[in-house]
Design a protein around this ligand. Structure first.
Ligand SMILES: [Zn+2]
Length: 544
């Protein structure tokens, strides 16, 4: 019972103490000395994450505005924040509680697009890959096709490798380029095999193998001739860019033909034994004919050689002496009286010769050429008789040497023979590029095509390209003279595509019985019908 009494007493004491203190405190001076309240602070926790960096967080007073910045690494992009709804990589937070934020980065993906083309397959169809993924792709040509490179990946390099490795750091589109690698043409038991040749040739090219199919199995059992048509320099055109690059043709022709001539002169066995006649009363202003014939032999060094070559140069006064010399000196001369008359007196009247030149080949490949000069020889008004005519006529004797060899085609287009002789005559016979350009222009304007311009391409095809010598041997109105101008332009253009030998090879294949169209396709790799509109549009850009 005593304990119960004590408790109220203690409570009383305690209560009485407290009011005493309170009554002493409230005065103005006491208030100023009261300690300031400590401000409330909060913590912003910023967590880094893969794919980028972010500025630091920290502890700040309540209500502080804090900006943090997320920066993506290469190949990543900022997406959003974990812990905040903002999608801005610069995030401003007004801090009124503890917060935790973390930037979210994601790796960028790029697309590899692979186009497929005729002629082969590619190991990948293309897909979407993470930045930096290394991909290896292989192009595989189908049988008969050849892989030659990839299109539009110049920054990646390895353009010509069949297998390329690339690290994706942008969208990439690639297309393998396949070309028909091997084509076979056959006439009776003769086979022509055409192979694109990008491994043996420094600047690309193709190879022709001509052989016999003895066992009727469409295979070459016995090789007759193998000839590599490597591009002579890195200056060449294609059927795809011939029209747009046509103005470059003469410069390419001159450069490559001079290089080709040097190759011939450096070869060991290009010379044909030559017999030269100069009329006893003939005093030509230009007398370096033998040098020009030598150059012509070197230029065509990859074709069969003549057994002998006979050169006749004379004026009006010496024409009958020249005729007798022709009959006496050319071995196996056909129809000697008649042919010698023609060769010595074309372009001559009873009083004078007006110049001119002709060529022929007798049996057993004995070539000959006549050059008739004016009386008195005042010197050639034109560069053509200072080397151009000599190379032109020698080229004809290369043409005609196969007359006895085989079926030979007479269905060749009219422009083939004169065009080739003009082509070699001007680019090899003339001594400087300026002479070549001047005489080329003169020859072209000497046999102009009325209104030759890009608007008459279809006329050009109808009137000229599809006229073959089987049609009255080209001897109808206006056509033959065009073989010296349009023919020249066509051969020049073709030589920039497959080299100076290419058109002579088309002619050469005629001796095995191949038609012009078959020979053309086996040399140039596209059909004549496909080539004609391109050639017509290109040469119609020629300006006199
Ligand atoms: Zn001619």
């Amino acid at each position: 019972m005593k304990k119960l009494i004590l408790i109220p007493i203690l409570l009383l004491v305690l209560f009485s103490c407290s009011p005493e203190e309170e009554t002493q405190a409230p005065t103005n001076t006491v208030q100023t000395t009261t300690p300031e309240k400590v401000a409330v602070q909060y913590t912003l926790t910023v967590t880094a994450s893969e794919g980028g960096s972010v500025t630091d967080g920290g502890t700040y007073d309540d209500g502080t505005e804090v900006t943090i910045t997320a920066t993506a690494n290469d190949g990543y992009e900022f997406v959003s924040w974990e812990g905040n709804d903002s999608s801005n990589s610069n995030l401003t937070i007004t801090l009124n509680s503890n917060q935790t934020v973390q930037p979210i980065f994601q790796i960028i993906q790029y697309t590899l697009s692979v186009s497929t083309t005729e002629g082969g397959t590619v190991s990948s169809e293309g897909a979407t890959y993470d930045f930096g993924t290394e991909i290896s792709i292989t192009a595989t040509p189908n049988e008969g096709y050849l892989f030659v490179g990839w299109e539009t990946i110049d920054e990646i390099g390895n353009l010509y490798s069949q297998t390329i490795s690339l690290t994706l750091n942008s969208d990439v589109e690639i297309t393998p380029i396949f070309i028909i690698g091997v084509s076979i043409f056959q006439f009776n038991d003769i086979i022509i095999k055409r192979e694109n040749n990008h491994s043996d040739c420094e600047y690309g090219g193709f190879k022709l193998t001509i052989g016999k199919d003895i066992n009727s199995n469409k295979l070459i059992d016995e090789i007759i001739q193998e000839i590599n048509f490597c591009n002579i320099s890195d200056d060449y055109l294609t059927f795809n860019n011939l029209v747009s690059e046509y103005t470059r043709v003469p410069a390419i022709v001159w450069k490559n033909n001079q290089l080709h001539l040097q190759n011939g002169l450096n070869s060991s066995n290009y010379k044909t034994p030559t017999v030269s006649y100069l009329g006893p009363n003939t005093n030509p202003v230009y007398s370096n004919d033998l040098i020009d014939y030598d150059n012509a032999m070197a230029f065509w060094y990859r074709f069969d050689k003549l057994n002998t070559f006979h050169s006749f140069k004379f004026n009006f006064q010496d024409r009958f002496d020249a005729k007798n010399k022709m009959i006496a000196t050319i071995p196996n001369f056909r129809n000697p009286q008649e042919n010698a008359d023609i060769m010595t007196q074309i372009n001559c009247t009873d009083e004078s010769c007006f110049g001119g030149a002709n060529a022929g080949v007798s049996k057993s490949k004995n070539g000959y050429a006549t050059i008739r000069i004016k009386t008195p020889d005042e010197g050639s008004l034109y560069d053509f008789y200072s080397g151009g005519a000599q190379v032109h006529e020698f080229t004809h004797s290369i043409h005609f040497q196969w007359l006895d060899d085989g079926p030979f085609f007479f269905e060749h287009p009219c422009w083939l023979i004169e065009g080739t002789a003009q082509f070699s005559g001007l680019s090899i016979g003339l001594k400087t590029y300026d002479d070549y350009i001047r005489e080329r222009s003169y020859q072209m304007s000497g046999s102009p095509v009325p209104g030759l311009n890009p608007n008459v391409v279809n006329d050009l095809i109808n009137q000229f390209f599809n006229v073959f010598s089987g049609d009255s041997t080209c001897n109808f109105e206006g056509i033959y003279s065009l073989t010296y101008s349009v023919g020249l332009a066509v051969i020049e253009a073709l030589s920039t595509i497959s080299g100076p030998d290419s058109i002579m090879m088309v002619w050469n294949l005629g001796k095995y019985g191949f038609s012009f169209e078959e020979a053309f396709e086996s040399v140039y790799g596209i059909s004549w019908d496909e080539a004609v509109p391109v050639l017509a549009e290109a040469v119609s850009k020629y300006s006199y």
